[in-house]
Design a protein around this ligand. Structure first.
Ligand SMILES: Nc1ncnc2c1ncn2[C@@H]1O[C@H](COP(=O)(O)OP(=O)(O)OP(=O)(O)O)[C@@H](O)[C@H]1O
Ligand SMILES: [Mg+2]
Length: 489
């Protein structure tokens, strides 16, 4: 039969390493402790068993040889005179209860064996060797029971004396000892696994804290720190370097946010001057040539765009540095939505279509705790986007959250081309300008509008996301919590 090389090849080392690493640290430590305990108990158990066995067997062996020689010498002296009968002498010997005597004399066999037929159980080789004048010892089995036979030649009476010792009790003792050692080994291995499990859990506990802190930091809670582990020198290093890393991260984020804020501030004054100068020029635009008027118009458009971007950047950087002033006040949800839509539409071109406004009668009366200015900015940005990229907002709705939580949901929809699923989260990124921005109103936006929407909604303790509207257009959804006394809605 032929085998493919893949079947013959031993498992590749990196595969084994991957398997081992895939077990996880806790499982690896547990397995290592378990294997260590198993190896230790196998080594210690084998050592104890073989040492005990060696001594017990040697002791039995020596006792058997000694007893056989003593009895052989007794036989020699008793039979040499020739007065007593062989059986009398043989039965008169002092043997242990589990031993039997066999005598060969004058071509005859005599035995005291109460269990077997005397000489017939003796191994043939042993019989021959002793009868030829050499003392010998041999271990053999009778019906699975171990026996030791010791043979001593007695030339003075022309015979040989054998003694057979039943060693079953020794075999039983050794079996019990082996079982006790195996049971001890199993208990030790289980203890090793338990110790490994508890040691790994204890040593990994600080890592759980680190992971929780890292998650909190990733979630924006930059003030999260690990508690100082002053009593543990190993952990103190980890804790202090983790906290140092977060300190530096926070400092860097702060520095960057302050930089954006400073730059925006610095830009504001020259922009105001330029804008004022432009105002003067615009007042005299009739005196300018046609190309100069055209240039002035382009300059005006770009300047306004630039001013808006600086304003947006300043607003974003305030919330980055944590210096955003949020003035929450309680307002009627319905009135807030209606008022914000009206204000938002005023900023758009006068012929911008008026969206349908659907206000749920119950939730319309509910109270919200919001920063009105920020909410109006949110609606204005969404309506402006709908006008620029979706042909104008078609529906603005206010309804209660369907999952029964104490929230309201405000949506702004349009019938435009909508957003690709991959774009729906990205449009809230800073300076992201999507595919739709190239279709209409190109060149007018900076990609900060929705990033600001997300910041304003967050500061109002809400959520915002984009989804597909029924007709394929865009739907922007704002979720806001109800003021506490209305939370029973
Ligand atoms: N209603 C909409 N329909 C389709 N695409 C939209 C819609 N609203 C926003 N987008 C896409 O999301 C992008 C990001 O919008 P965002 O308002 O953040 O920036 P912008 O409108 O390009 O610039 P500005 O900072 O002036 O608002 C837009 O460039 C556009 O591609
Ligand atoms: Mg926009």
């Amino acid at each position: 039969m032929t085998t493919t090389p893949a079947e013959d090849a031993p498992p590749r080392p990196e595969k084994r390493t991957r398997l081992w690493a895939g077990l996880g640290l806790r499982a690896r430590v547990t397995v290592t402790f378990g294997l260590g305990a198993l190896l230790l108990s196998v080594a210690m158990g084998s050592l104890s068993y073989f040492t005990a066995r060696h001594f017990l067997v040697a002791e039995r062996h020596n006792a058997a040889v000694t007893q056989t020689y003593v009895n052989a010498s007794q036989l020699r002296s008793d039979l040499h005179g020739g007065t007593a009968s062989v059986d009398t002498v043989l039965y008169g010997l002092d043997t242990s209860p589990t031993a039997s005597s066999v005598l060969y004399q004058g071509g005859q066999w005599y035995a005291t064996d109460p269990f077997t037929e005397g000489q017939s159980v003796l191994p043939v080789g042993l019989r021959a060797m002793v009868r030829s004048g050499n003392p010998a010892t041999q271990t053999f089995y009778v019906a699975d029971d171990p026996q030791i036979a010791v043979g001593v030649p007695i030339p003075s009476i022309g015979g040989a004396y054998f003694e057979i010792f039943d060693e079953s009790d020794l075999a039983h003792t050794l079996r019990v000892l082996a079982l006790a050692i195996v049971a001890g080994g199993i208990v030790t291995t289980l203890l090793g696994i338990a110790v490994g499990r508890s040691a790994s859990s204890r040593s990994l506990r600080p890592l759980t804290g680190v992971s929780r802190a890292a998650l909190a930091i990733a979630g924006g809670q930059l003030e999260t720190r690990l508690p100082e582990a002053s009593d543990d020198p190993d952990l103190a290093g980890l804790t202090s370097s983790f906290n140092l890393m977060v300190d530096q991260l926070e400092e860097r984020i702060d520095r960057e946010a302050r930089f954006t804020s400073d730059v925006s501030h610095e830009l504001r004054s020259p922009l105001t001057t330029i804008s004022a100068t432009l105002g003067v020029l615009e007042a005299h635009r009739q005196e300018l040539s046609a190309p100069a008027r055209e240039a002035l118009m382009l300059l005006g458009e770009d300047l306004r765009r630039f001013q808006r971007m600086v304003g947006d950047l300043l607003e974003i950087s305030r919330s980055d540095t944590g210096s955003a002033d949020v003035s929450l006040e309680e307002v009627d949800a319905g009135a807030l939505v209606r008022h914000s839509v009206a204000a938002g539409l005023r900023n758009l071109s006068p012929n911008a279509p008026m969206p349908r406004i659907e206000i749920d009668p119950v939730v319309g009366e509910a109270r919200l705790q919001v920063d009105k200015r920020r909410f109006e900015r949110v609606m204005a940005n969404l309506l402006e986007n709908a006008a620029l990229y979706g042909g104008g907002a078609t529906l603005v709705s206010l309804r209660p959250e369907s999952d029964g939580t104490h929230k309201v949901v405000i949506t702004v929809e349009d019938n435009g081309p909508g957003l690709e699923p991959s774009e729906r989260a990205r449009v809230f990124e800073r300076f992201y300008r999507g595919t739709a921005s190239g279709r209409r109103g190109a060149g007018t936006g900076t990609g900060l509008g929705l990033a600001l929407v997300a910041e304003h909604v967050r500061l109002n303790h809400g959520n915002v996301w984009a989804e597909e509207a029924e007709g394929g257009g865009s739907r922007f959804v704002i979720e806001l919590p109800l003021a506490s006394e209305d939370s029973g809605l």
